[in-house]
Design a protein. Sequence first.
Length: 427
Amino acid sequence: MKSTRRDWLKLTGSAALAASLPRLLSAADADEPRFLRDYEQPMFDLPGQVKDPVRIASIELLKRGSSYFVRTRSTSGATGLVMTKQIEDFLPIFQNLVAPHFIGRDARDLESLVDSVYRANYKLAGLALWCPVAYCEQSAFDLLGRVARKPVGALLGGVIKSEIPVYLSGSARELSAEDEVAIYVRGLAATKARAVKFKIGGRMSQNLDAYPGRTDKLVRLAREQLGAQTILYADANGSYNAKKGIEVGKLLESLDFKFFEEPCPFEELEETRQVAAALKIPIAGGEQDGSLPRFQSMLQQRVVAIVQPDINYNGGLIRAKRVARLAEKLGRTIVPHNTQTGAASVNILQFASSTRNTGPFMEYPWRAPQQPVSWFTPDFTIVNGALRVPAGLGMGIEIDPDYLKGATVVATIDKPARGSATGSGSR
């Protein structure tokens, strides 16, 4: 038979023992104020920017074709909407654990909400948790911006840039060295971009190349065909051990590449640190990471000079801004990882528009021009090497209502997480 705490106390016969048992203190009855680490300190006064509470009544997951959207609705009927990446891989976590945590809460408390949803689910921490958190957070930011009649960049500290220069990325190691260089020759001509990133190595490949000699041929051919005026970056996706990473890094230095991304597997911080210590070329990394203490350690131990959290994989705009703050305090640069274009890429533009210590270029995949997309505005065309930050309300994207009418509602979450309070969540 299952024993309860009360049964056990009866058996012990000790009221004093009952009083001595630990319990979870609230902020109100704690002897000391809640301890916040440096990277947890609040950054934005959202209640100061949005006058009245914005209670979240429901969060919906919509699907149209292969595209997914998260729509957040307030109790007053206002909505926020964002396009997602890869949420279909994490539906149970989104639907059962993450979205319910936001229901009934004041969207102005997003800074504390992204922390409390982590504490409620910390054993799941990783991309599968942080992507659903990011989409709920960004949808709520779109909602807040529309209520406040401000762009999200203004909510994130103020808009300081209206155009974001980009570097082109997105090619594949399946391509020959010649074909990959040819793609970017065309890409630079079409966009007038000034920088490009090439894939080298074999991707977590234990020093093996995609095919023998590809990396050496690729980087030399890139410099030859793109010229000295083009800024070149290289991404190894963890292909090398420290010794091989240093060898490849010296080749990149000789060709004046400006950063070397993930020379070693992302978990091998000591190997990456050895590469960084041996080379002059800045080492970049962090796209796989979703731990603020880990980012702090990477920066403090000089594992990376350029930190690259993915805004989705790392849990959203607030957590990306926290990484930026860590980097800024140490005089380092942040260049978020990005694999999205169009409506799904607006997060990196809102982030860059309000962040002082971004690099000279943000990552943006380049694909040959296709038919213009008619279901959302504004247009995301690279002009003179840059993208304009959408200046509309919230995230700045307007999606055709008729297009959304054709979407299927995959899930509607309108009940709070079991056992969670629906108070403000303020620190």
